[in-house]
Structure formats: C-alpha cells, structure tokens
Design a protein around this ligand. Structure first.
Ligand SMILES: NC(=O)c1ccc[n+]([C@@H]2O[C@H](COP(=O)([O-])OP(=O)(O)OC[C@H]3O[C@@H](n4cnc5c(N)ncnc54)[C@H](OP(=O)(O)O)[C@@H]3O)[C@@H](O)[C@H]2O)c1
Length: 327
C-alpha cells in the first residue's frame, strides 16, 4: 500500500513550513493585543543574565510596561548600567529595581539571593531563567571540564535557583517560571554538543516539572526556544578549555534582532504558552523537520554540519559563512 506515514510527514512539514510559522507570529501578536499589556505590568520579575543581550533587552521592555525588576548576573557594574537605563526609559522608581549580583554556578548563594528579592518586594511573580553560555568547539578537542562547567551553569544553576523560587510560588499557589531555552534544546548542532546537552536537559527537566506542579493551575512553566539572536553570546561561548576565550566573533547581523525576540517572548510569557519557538527561517524550518521527520533532519544536519565544521576549522565564523553561502 502507499507509504502513509511518509506521505503524512511530507505534507505535515510542507504545511508547517508554509503556514504555521507565519500564523504563529500573527497569533502571538494578536494575543498580545488582548493581554500583553494587561498581564505583566506590576508583576515582580526576576531576570537572570540581565547584564547583556536578551536579558538586558528583556529588562528594558519589562521596565517600560511597569514591571518591578530584580536584575541578576555576575557583573554588578553592568547591572548598574542596565538599571540606570531602565529608570530613564520608564516610570519606575529607584526602589522598583533591585540589583542582585549572582553567580548561577555558586549554588550555595541562591537561597539568600531569593530571600533578598522576597525581602525587598514581598513576592516574585515571574522568574526568568535567562543566564547561560553557549559553546563553540568540537567534542574530540574539548576538555570534559568544559562539559562540567556548561552543565553547572546552564542546567544545575538554573534548576537550583528555580527550586528556591518555586518553594515561594507553591506557598502563594501562583507564579511563572520562564526559561530561556533554545532551538538547541529541540535539535542538535555540531560544535555545540555540551550546550545542546544542557538545553535538552532543561527541556526534559521543565517538561517533567510541569505535571508535578499541575495541581496549582496558576503556576506555569514556560520554555522559550529562540533561534540565533543578536547578543554577546558568541563573545562569551565556551571553547575547548574552560579558560580559553573565543577569538572568532564574526558578523552577527543576520541574526534575529534582540528586541523582536524579547517582544515575542513577552507575549508567550503573558499568555502562558508552554513552548514557543522564536526563530526566523531556515532555523525554524529545521525545527519542524526535526520534530516531524527526524531522519531527514539528521541527514540535513550532516550536510550543513560538514560546512560548519570546515569553516570553523579554517578559522571562519561557522554560522555567518554558512548563512552567506546558503542565502
Ligand atoms: N543569542 C542567541 O542566539 C540565543 C539563542 C537561544 C537561546 N539563547 C539563550 O539566551 C540566554 C541569554 O543569552 P544571550 O544570547 O543574551 O547571551 P549574552 O549576551 O552572553 O548574555 C548572557 C548572560 O548570562 C550571564 N551569565 C553568564 N554566566 C553567568 C553566571 N555564571 N552566573 C550568572 N549569570 C551568568 C551574563 O552575565 P555576567 O557575565 O555578568 O554574569 C549575561 O548577562 C542564554 O541562556 C542563551 O543560551 C540565546
């Protein structure tokens, strides 16, 4: 008989590729009109990784709509800069923005950090687990210490903070735990084995935590999965050794603008969308392929991966040169 599963996969991917991404964005923005500005103002939001990139922009957009903020990261001076700008662009007052210096890998400090936010604001409505670092190195060349460091930061650091904040949310029977995952939490990618593993771990963790807190209908677990977004992420990637910095930054201009990613993230957050893929094509299409026709996705990734690895080895920025070549 006809290969129905195969035909089903083909038509599904075709329909998804053609329509759903556009529908999704349209729907997200329509949802925004109805509830974005109603749900978030006045909510106390704790943002980790607020000193640069997506977390910084998120802080500005939340400040503008009037959400009191706790801002965390390791670099206090950068958090001061972000706070200053938040105050300039919003009607928030000095006491509405609390700086909480925090190293996600220093888990013994997470309880006292949580207490200091609670002491200041009396509640935490939304925790945005955003702090994290990516990776740019081949597994065969990379120290296992790097894998340990990535998991300590992206995975254990995130779930440790979540544990303290969730205790408080369970007492109140309400709150949102929002995690900046990635399309890399859904698919694989060469040169990012450890990063993908940490984001897959988060995906598995939060998808399993959600049913554990289902008895509290007002507690939501939200996974945001952006594709490539403009930020400092490439400057800060892990490489072959924990202390080795990335020398090859490349051109980031083809990536999604930070403000658009944050805007779509806020809409997802306001509407309790459990998993939002926030990405431009071709990355979004690869997500759909990965979901509905993984065998093809693996084949495709082997091909794309070859170019990426070749570029990386020859010292050209892996993503940008592939993007230029394919566009
Ligand atoms: N940009 C993308 O293409 C993209 C795509 C998908 C997902 N994401 C995710 O988005 C999140 C934000 O990344 P980004 O793109 O905005 O990169 P970024 O500009 O490098 O920002 C990373 C943030 O994480 C903080 N951070 C790093 N190590 C930390 C530690 N040990 N303890 C506490 N905070 C730490 C940094 O602050 P300090 O250095 O001051 O500590 C910084 O504020 C990450 O989870 C990333 O995986 C990014």
């Amino acid at each position: 008989g006809p290969p129905w599963p195969l035909l089903w996969s083909i038509s599904r991917v075709f329909l998804e590729y053609l329509e759903i991404p556009r529908l999704l964005e349209r729907d997200l923005l329509r949802l925004k009109e109805s509830s974005f500005s109603l749900v978030l103002p006045g909510k106390v939001v704790w943002v980790t990784g607020a000193s640069s990139g997506i977390g910084e922009e998120l802080s500005y957009q939340l400040a503008k709509i009037g959400s009191p903020l706790a801002l965390s990261a390791r670099r206090e001076n950068e958090l001061e800069r972000v706070k200053k700008k938040c105050l300039e662009i919003s009607s928030l007052s000095d006491k509405d923005i609390l700086i909480v210096p925090l190293d996600l890998t220093n888990r013994s400090t997470h309880e006292s950090a949580t207490q200091s936010v609670l002491k200041h604001f009396g509640k935490i409505d939304i925790l945005v687990n955003n702090g994290g670092r990516s990776q740019r190195s081949l597994f065969v060349d990379t120290s296992i210490d790097v894998y340990n460091a990535i998991m300590e930061l992206n995975y254990l650091g995130t779930i440790s903070l979540t544990k303290h904040v969730l205790d408080h949310m369970i007492q109140r029977k309400k709150g949102k735990i929002v995690t900046m995952n990635s399309v890399m939490g859904i698919m694989g990618a060469p040169l990012a084995t450890g990063y993908c593993a940490s984001k897959h771990a988060l995906q598995g963790f939060f998808n399993s935590l959600r049913p554990e807190v289902a008895e509290y209908p007002e507690i939501s677990i939200i996974n945001l999965c952006p594709g490539p977004v403009q930020s400092q992420i490439i400057q800060n990637v892990f490489t072959e050794e924990v202390s080795k910095v990335n020398a090859n930054i490349g051109d980031q201009s083809h990536k999604m603008p930070t403000d658009r990613c944050v805007r779509l993230g806020l809409v997802s957050m306001a509407n309790d969308i459990k998993e939002a893929w926030i990405s431009d094509n071709p990355y979004l299409a690869v997500c759909y392929l990965w979901q509905y026709a993984p065998t093809w996705a693996w084949w495709l990734l082997n091909r794309i991966g070859k170019t990426r690895i070749k570029n990386f080895k020859s010292g050209v920025d892996a993503d940008v040169s592939y993007y230029k070549k394919s566009s």
